[in-house]
Design a protein around this ligand. Structure first.
Ligand SMILES: NC(=O)c1ccc[n+]([C@@H]2O[C@H](COP(=O)([O-])OP(=O)(O)OC[C@H]3O[C@@H](n4cnc5c(N)ncnc54)[C@H](O)[C@@H]3O)[C@@H](O)[C@H]2O)c1
Ligand SMILES: O=P(O)(O)OC[C@H](O)CO
Length: 319
């Protein structure tokens, strides 16, 4: 059995995919009315056009997740700690797989570190990599990274969370996987801004590549293996998020580049994470010029022309 906490787009897509693959899945949401609607219509408005399989149990009863089976935590990064605290009794002492991508603004910690801090007896893991909820829920083929520092548990989770359309690779480098997932959103905002401002595809490729260099520098400074960033959780997700109109982070950046507003109710993980990364990188002395520019743009401190100048006027250096 698998439990999913958070019935947003991603939690629901994973629940659908695992249920269609023949697993017993319970999807928990905090909003009783939303749960009643989903049970009535067998649809989730966050995943339009996707029918929830009859075998998928949707509930607001947290007690139904009691046990020692793995739980997927599919809430936004900045809400992860609240969600863990609210249900600590049910979540403790079992595998907890964070599905969020980001760095906590108040602490500079990644998802597995937040889990470890709140529930030292739990086994933290991470499910990350290039994947749009809508693609997963439609049964399209997707490859993801399952990261867990505890080898045998990583293998068990890899088996338990694979599905016919979900191919999972595993790694014990949780820090690398979570830094890649967090940073790709920041760089996607920069790429969206470049395209929105009309700077062109060559500029986007430059931002992606130099953004990848920032991602690697930050990850290594946090203790990750450089190679991990070349995998699905780093390069793979960067490639998807920086080039697809489906990405909320990319579209948020594009709106900045176009001088347009963006719906504040949409989950844009890279916005808070850019601020968290800026603070962490300054403390560690890691040079992250694209992240600095993204923060300045989000905060309205610079316009696009100034932002471009900040990057192009840097001293010339070896690649
Ligand atoms: N949508 C995607 O394509 C996708 C793909 C991969 C990873 N992710 C990651 O998954 C995470 C969630 O994104 P999403 O797309 O599902 O967002 P979403 O905005 O669709 O849904 C977030 C859900 O979390 C719930 N939630 C918020 N705070 C909560 C709390 N304290 N307790 C319980 N539930 C709470 C909300 O009610 C909502 O249902 C993000 O970190 C995102 O980066 C999303
Ligand atoms: O829509 P985004 O930008 O949150 O991206 C979704 C996934 O993280 C892509 O892998």
């Amino acid at each position: 059995m698998t439990g999913v906490i958070g019935a947003g787009a991603f939690g629901t897509a994973l629940a659908v995919s695992l249920a269609l693959g023949g697993r017993k899945v319970v999807l928990w949401a905090r909003d009783a009315e939303a749960v009643a609607r989903m049970n009535d219509t067998r649809e989730n408005p966050r995943l339009p056009g996707v029918t929830l399989p009859e075998s998928l149990v949707v509930t607001d009863d947290i007690g139904s997740l009691s046990g020692d089976f793995p739980l997927l935590l599919a809430v936004p990064m900045q809400k992860l700690r609240d969600a863990i605290r609210a249900h600590a009794a049910v979540l403790d002492n079992r595998p907890l797989v964070a599905c969020c991508k980001g760095i906590e603004l108040s602490t500079g910690l990644g998802p597995s570190e937040v889990i470890a801090e709140e529930l030292p007896a739990a086994t933290p893991a991470l499910l990350t990599g290039p994947s749009f909820a809508a693609d997963i829920a439609r049964g399209l083929p997707t490859a993801l990274t399952l990261a867990c520092a505890h080898g045998p548990c990583a293998e068990e989770l890899q088996q338990a969370l694979s599905a016919p359309n979900l191919r999972l690779y595993r790694t014990e480098d949780v820090t690398g996987a979570e830094t890649g997932g967090a940073m790709k959103n920041v760089i996607a905002i920069a790429c969206g801004a470049a395209i929105g401002a009309g700077y062109g595809e060559s500029a986007r490729a430059a931002v992606m590549t130099r953004g990848y260099a920032e991602m690697v520098r930050l990850a290594v400074s946090r203790g990750a293996h450089e190679n991990t960033l070349a995998g699905l959780s780093g390069f793979g997700d960067l490639a998807l998020t920086c080039t697809s109109e489906q990405s909320r982070n990319y579209r948020f950046g594009r709106a900045i580049g176009e001088g347009q507003s963006f719906d504040p109710s949409v989950t844009v993980e890279g916005a808070a994470t850019a601020h968290a990364v800026q603070e962490a990188s300054r403390k560690r002395g890691v040079d992250m010029p694209i992240t600095e520019v993204v923060v300045a743009l989000i905060d309205g401190k610079v316009d696009m022309e100034t932002a471009l100048g900040m990057l192009l006027s840097r001293p010339l250096k070896e690649e």
